[in-house]
Design a protein around this ligand. Structure first.
Ligand code: ATP
Ligand code: MG
Length: 349
């Protein structure tokens, strides 16, 4: 049985459809990100999971029990969930230790066990030596560690994080995303993590749900999302890509000056008419000499248009962005050979 299930969840605010029908299931111990641009409905979805707002349609279940319906919901304090809010770190009037202990006090944990759990948790987030400090005496990253400790120490059934790193500078943000993943490996709490930063989602998540205008466009593990995006939006949102068009023709898909065998492509048999493909710059190989058919896919002669690199098939017009190893330098105007890997070409809708 899945741990947490959203079925057809919608949320309308007057005429605004903030969330327009979301289906998502998390397994016990899974870390799933909701990733998407500002205003796509991430926070609203999280607030419904936490129980702060009711859905306009659909249900949310945990361990097979319905928690949220349009007609009424189990209140947040009875859901055994912890949430870290978008613009909210820690209580300023409590020390680090008091912040972390607070949730356990509410649960009336006996004094000795409480102190033990708090001390262990402070060790995990490397904050024990700062236990008596107040938040104003801590750096942003340290405050974030306290917020994480406070959320995790109560061993919630589900952990909800809304852009927990958005107030930190770029370096610290990068460091903390590894920290969040490390904490997840240690505690395996079922987690929903909201972010608009694709590389943050890539590092932390088992799976990523890409949201656009209130809907999930694709849910997959980071690698699949990167190599096999199913929509133009997903392909463009997750890193750089090329969109190229091919036309189905017998057993081949024909592109500008090269073709790929249909049976080498995923779902190749089903492709008809003109199809747009997403091809990552990193999934093609630029070289000085033809490989003589030794590679996985077709090789096409290209001309280098820009350093960094943009190339065009010889006598063709399609511009392709590609990468090359740092020590291989090609000059503008130079001829080279570009090899494609059909298994890393994704037909998109
Ligand atoms: N209480 C509300 N009343 C009216 N509209 C709302 C309300 N809360 C959210 N919305 C609207 O719903 C949409 C989704 O908002 P939401 O906060 O879920 O976006 P988000 O994906 O979290 O964005 P961000 O990345 O900027 O935090 C937005 O258009 C927003 O203006
Ligand atoms: Mg938000």
């Amino acid at each position: 049985m899945s741990k947490l299930v959203l079925r057809g969840v919608e949320k309308r605010f007057g005429d605004t459809i903030a969330v327009g029908g979301v289906d998502l299931a998390l397994e016990e111990g899974e870390f799933v990100s909701l990733l998407g641009p500002s205003g796509c409905g991430k926070t609203t979805t999280l607030r419904m999971i936490a129980g702060f707002i009711d859905p306009s349609a659909g249900t949310i279940e945990m361990d097979g029990k319905v928690l949220s319906t349009p007609a009424g919901s189990v209140p947040p304090e009875r859901r055994q969930m912890s949430m870290i809010f978008q613009s909210y770190a820690v209580w300023p009037n409590m020390t680090v230790e008091q912040n972390v202990a607070f949730g356990l006090k509410l649960r009336r944990l006996p004094g000795e066990e409480l102190r033990k759990r708090v001390a262990e948790m402070l060790d995990v987030v490397q904050m024990r030596h700062l236990a008596q400090r107040y938040p104003a005496e801590l750096s942003g990253g340290q405050q974030q560690r306290v917020a994480l400790a406070r959320a995790i120490v109560i061993k919630p059934a589900v952990l909800l994080l809304d852009e927990p790193l958005s107030n930190l500078d770029a370096n610290l943000r990068e460091e903390m995303r590894f920290e969040i993943r490390r904490l997840h490996e240690e505690f395996r709490i079922t987690t929903v993590y909201v972010t608009h930063d694709q590389s943050e989602a890539m590092v932390t998540s088992d799976r990523i749900a890409v949201m656009n205008q209130g809907r999930i466009e694709q849910v997959d593990d980071p690698h699949t999302l990167y190599t096999k995006p199913r929509t133009r939006f997903v392909a463009g949102f997750i890193g750089r890509t090329n969109f190229i068009e091919g036309a189905a023709n017998g057993s081949d898909i024909v592109f500008d000056r090269f073709s790929v065998r249909r049976d080498a492509l995923e779902n190749g048999a089903a492709l008809t008419g003109t199809i747009t493909f997403s091809v990552r710059p990193q999934s093609m190989r630029l070289s000085r000499a033809p490989s003589g058919g030794a590679g996985k896919g077709p090789q096409v002669e290209v001309k280098v248009e820009y350093w960094d690199y943009v190339v065009t098939p010889a006598h063709g017009s399609t511009r392709l962005r590609v990468t090359a190893p740092p020590l291989e330098v090609y000059g503008v105007g130079e001829s080279a050979w570009l090899e494609l890997d059909p298994s890393q070409m994704a037909p998109i809708v």
